[in-house]
Design a protein around this ligand. Structure first.
Ligand code: FMN
Length: 353
């Protein structure tokens, strides 16, 4: 167990979850310190070089959207060993998000439940911060996540952030935002992606899709989730992030329902990655998001069909070294399995849990 897990996490976890995350973000703002730490503590291996939708990355471990909602701490995050960073989700206008409490830890399950509802300072503020900081992130690519409840708003967000980012991720899958579910209708998603496609540059476009409905729900809703994948493909989407948090009811949240993340969503995520890979073939990039905490978790997700993995709840439970630890473990696995590099690890149709 690390210093974070033994000493820092118990202190942080005494605070309400949202206060702890603000405190962690404040610490991260001292980014020159993190730069110095990386110099002593960093990890790089050419065995982990790969790409995300054509963008070269030093390792396949990305930061998932939702930690740096206002794109304010990118330089610090770029020193934590991630292969790429996803910031946002940013909306056109500032949003307060849902009333608190809206973030709960489930410590025994290595899980979080949140009903944040996109609190953020809006597009203009995010653009200013990315313009200020994007050259201070070394060679770590920046993906900006955008969303909204109107096609025109999302298109405007895409238009403004695309020139500044390496790629843009359209988030249609937060379970906590009223009105976002309209994009779960293939017809409405098609009009959104068609409008973006009509004016986008050559930079990659990602879509973050909702998880399959939980077991017990009908086959029809499973198929309709897959039909969103087809709509993405027909609109030249380069990467799918699979998937967002899983909708749950929870009376501890002020709004009574939210999204679950962390260990409980890992196995459903693996199955979904495998199914989506079968659906899309080899070309489309897949980013696995859900319960990635260790190198073994990441390896199994890549074997199930992912090109990259992302983590967020893993960072809360394992601390700021989580990306470096996963990358180190992946490099060891590459060597032990005798493959040339992580980019050679390919979908083999098997899910190993
Ligand atoms: C507190 C919190 C806030 C989140 N905010 C966003 C967000 O703004 N946009 C988004 O696309 N996903 C958001 N997510 C979902 C994560 O990006 C990720 O897809 C999900 O938590 C599953 O991965 P994990 O188990 O590694 O956390 C959020 C998750 C959490 C826990």
């Amino acid at each position: 167990m690390s210093v974070y897990q033994n000493l820092i996490r118990p202190l942080l976890f005494r605070l309400p979850a949202e206060d702890a995350s603000h405190l962690a973000a404040l610490t991260l703002r001292l980014w020159p310190i993190w730069g110095a730490l990386r110099a002593v503590n960093g990890f790089e291996s050419s065995d982990l070089s790969t790409e995300i939708a054509g963008i070269p990355i030093g390792n396949p471990v990305g930061l998932a959207a939702g930690l740096d909602k206002d794109c304010e701490i990118l330089p610090a995050l770029s020193r934590l060993g991630f292969g790429y960073l996803t910031c946002g989700t940013v909306t056109l206008d500032p949003r307060p998000g849902n009333p608190q409490p809206r973030l709960i830890r489930e410590q025994g399950r290595d899980a979080l439940i949140n009903s944040m509802g996109f609190p953020n300072k809006g597009l203009a503020s995010a653009v200013e911060k990315i313009e200020r900081d994007r050259h201070r992130c070394g060679d770590t690519p920046i993906v900006v996540s955008v969303s909204g409840t109107e096609v025109d708003d999302i298109v405007e967000c895409h238009r403004k952030v695309e020139p500044l980012a390496h790629a843009v991720e359209i988030n249609i899958s937060s379970p906590n935002t009223k009105g976002l579910r309209i994009f779960h209708s293939p017809h409405v998603l098609d009009s959104l992606l068609g409008a973006i496609d009509a004016e986008r540059s050559k930079k990659p476009l990602f879509v973050k899709i909702p998880p399959f409905p939980s077991e017990g729900e009908d086959a029809e809703s499973h198929d309709s989730a897959l039909s969103l994948v087809d709509v993405c493909l027909s609109n030249r989407v380069d990467a799918l992030t699979v998937a967002n948090t899983h909708p749950v009811n929870d009376a501890r949240l002020k709004v009574g329902s939210g999204g679950s993340s962390g260990k409980p969503v890992y196995e459903p995520m693996l199955r979904m990655v495998s199914e989506v890979r079968q659906r899309v073939g080899d070309e489309t990039c897949i980013n696995a998001s859900g319960g990635i905490f260790t190198a073994q978790d990441a390896w199994a997700a890549i074997e199930a069909g992912a090109n990259t993995v992302q983590t967020l709840t893993g960072l809360v439970y394992r601390g700021p070294n989580v990306a470096r630890d996963i990358a180190k473990g992946l490099a060891e696995l590459v060597e032990r399995r005798g493959i040339e590099g992580i980019a050679q690890l390919r979908y083999d149709g098997m899910i190993r849990l």
